[in-house]
Design a protein around this ligand. Structure first.
Ligand SMILES: [Zn+2]
Length: 282
């Protein structure tokens, strides 16, 4: 019994060490866009956040009882814009940008997938904008829910320093959708939050879908995409959005990028049985 527990801990710590050794920046090209995936944090979580899973599924997909996760942000440069997609907690993002020679004042647009703290934490500090030259873009449904309906203090203070530079939009469908900036469209993927949005880059016939929090636990949500998590405001709608976007990405061979996928956090989705599998980019 005792050696079993120690053995399990040893395996978990080995896995964590390999995971922690991954670099903190991964670079990808989509036509004229250079995309940098920036790792904000890495952690091991317990699959207790999953909804509706059986003990047998937990044992199958999480043999050591944990899953690895990241908080990521994305820097996108091209078509005359320097764009940040989500801001993480406002920690490593700035060091990672510095390594790439990008200053916060170089960023002219911040796109927000949704208003959870691990996505808007880098917008402001002490009431001052951390991206002083940027306009902030987010879905009207998302702003209205967190700022007005929920009267969430964190959401209000994140946007307040940007004043009239906050631009809201109505996300479209994954195959249509509103163009926010040249070559960047916004599509609705509601469910995780009321206005959760994904951003589709398109340039020279290439695409990349930055899908925010469409998925939190990749080890089980690719093969069993109907599995939602306790963080989802509407777990049923979140699962429907996940199914729809996984189907789109697999059928159209559109690479995807996620805020909680592990390094490189960019790759291809393929159909596999009743679900999907992820093929990380190299
Ligand atoms: Zn998140």
């Amino acid at each position: 019994m005792k050696s079993g527990i120690l053995g399990g801990l040893f395996l978990a710590s080995m896995a964590l060490r390999a995971f922690a050794a991954d670099p903190s920046i991964f670079t990808w090209k989509t036509g004229v866009f250079e995309v940098n995936m920036l790792v904000e944090t890495r952690s091991a979580g317990r699959p207790t956040i999953l909804l509706g899973t059986t003990p047998a599924q937990i044992a199958q997909y999480f043999p050591d009882g944990t899953y690895q996760s990241e908080v990521n942000t994305f820097l996108v440069r091209g078509n005359g814009h320097t764009v940040v997609v989500d801001t993480g907690f406002g920690g490593a993002i700035f060091e990672n940008m510095k390594q790439l020679g990008v200053k916060p004042e170089d960023v002219d647009a911040v796109l927000i997938t949704h208003m959870h703290g691990d996505h808007i934490g880098g917008l402001q500090k002490d009431g001052k904008p951390l991206f002083p030259k940027a306009r902030v873009y987010l879905a009207k449904q998302e702003r209205d829910y967190w700022v007005d309906t929920a009267a969430n203090a964190g959401a209000r203070s994140a946007l307040a320093p940007y004043g009239a530079k906050v631009e809201t939009f109505l996300p479209g469908s994954i195959s249509g959708g509103a163009e926010i900036l040249p070559g960047i469209r916004a599509a609705a993927a509601f469910g995780h939050t009321p206005g959760h949005t994904v951003f589709l880059l398109e340039s020279n016939g290439e695409k990349l879908l930055i899908w925010g929090d469409l998925m939190h636990v990749q080890g089980i949500q690719f093969p069993l995409p109907d599995t939602s998590v306790s963080y989802d405001t509407d777990p049923i709608a979140a699962a429907a959005s996940r199914r729809q976007i996984l189907d789109y990405a697999a059928k159209n061979k559109v690479p995807i990028a996620g805020m909680h996928l592990v390094y490189p956090a960019i790759g291809q989705v393929e159909s596999a049985g009743a679900g999907y599998r992820f093929v990380p980019a190299k």
